[in-house]
Design a protein around this ligand. Structure first.
Ligand code: NYM
Ligand code: MG
Length: 226
């Protein structure tokens, strides 16, 4: 565990945890890739991460569910998505404490929003948030806001589960309920360049404040840090 002034803290700072969230087709993947390149160009050690990470054993189960190859209980799948984050927790913490900035394409906010959007009795938003409580919390959430209608026009949805306009509308309603003080909403209907420059400003602010070494907060827990 990193402690202020502890022998393990060679540097005083840490990397920033920058998270992109939004409905499908809002531009998260494009913007997260561009941001990593931009930060690297500025000399920031930046890495691109994404969830679900489909390359672990749990991730392969999720991938098979999303592609429609397998069916699964909604609660069980929700817990798999969460487990797919928990299995990356140590590596995330190690990278952040080593000074690496993580640009992450989806995380627990997607987890809660997508399952809650299914409206399964018992699986309300609070239930959906519970398994992710205590994960490393992002320093800044960049919410790319776009109406599901506009997102659908962007080359259309793919064939994965959830990629339907009605579902995406409900997902965006759930996202709105999850907004907290780490959120920065960017209008994703603007040009790629306009979105990019706002994203860069938010990211640079977060990278600068994290270089001063603030403790990492834990997701959806009051005042806990790591
Ligand atoms: N998704 C993503 C979830 O349902 N729960 C989660 O915890 C996460 C991280 O998976 N439609 C959904 C959102 C997407 C789908 O994500 C796959 P992507 O970014 O399209 O690979
Ligand atoms: Mg997708």
């Amino acid at each position: 565990m990193a402690q202020n002034g502890g022998v393990s803290s060679q540097k005083s700072g840490r990397g920033a945890f920058l998270l992109f969230e939004g409905v499908d087709r809002c531009g998260k993947t494009t913007q997260s890739q561009r941001l990593v390149e931009y930060l690297k160009g500025k000399g920031v050690a930046a890495e691109l991460w994404r969830f679900p990470d489909r390359y672990t054993a749990i991730g392969r189960m999720i991938d098979s569910y999303l592609s429609g190859e397998t069916e699964a209980d909604d609660a069980a799948v929700h817990l798999l998505f969460s487990a797919n984050r928990w299995e990356k927790r140590e590596a995330m913490l190690a990278a952040l404490h080593a000074g690496h900035t993580l640009v992450v394409d989806r995380y627990a906010y997607s987890g809660a929003a997508f399952t809650a959007a299914k409206k399964v009795p018992g699986l309300d938003l609070e239930w959906c948030k519970a398994p992710d409580k205590g994960l490393p919390a992002p320093d800044a959430v960049i919410y790319l806001s776009m109406s599901p209608e506009a997102a659908a026009l962007r080359g259309g949805y793919g064939k994965e589960r959830y990629e339907k306009e009605e579902m995406q509308k409900e997902v965006s309603r759930q996202f709105a309920l999850l907004a907290d003080d780490t959120w920065h909403t960017v209008d994703a209907a603007q040009s790629v360049k306009a979105v990019e420059s706002q994203v860069q400003e938010i990211a640079e602010g977060a990278v600068a404040s994290c270089s001063k070494g603030p403790p990492l907060r834990l997701l959806w827990t009051e005042g806990s840090t790591v």
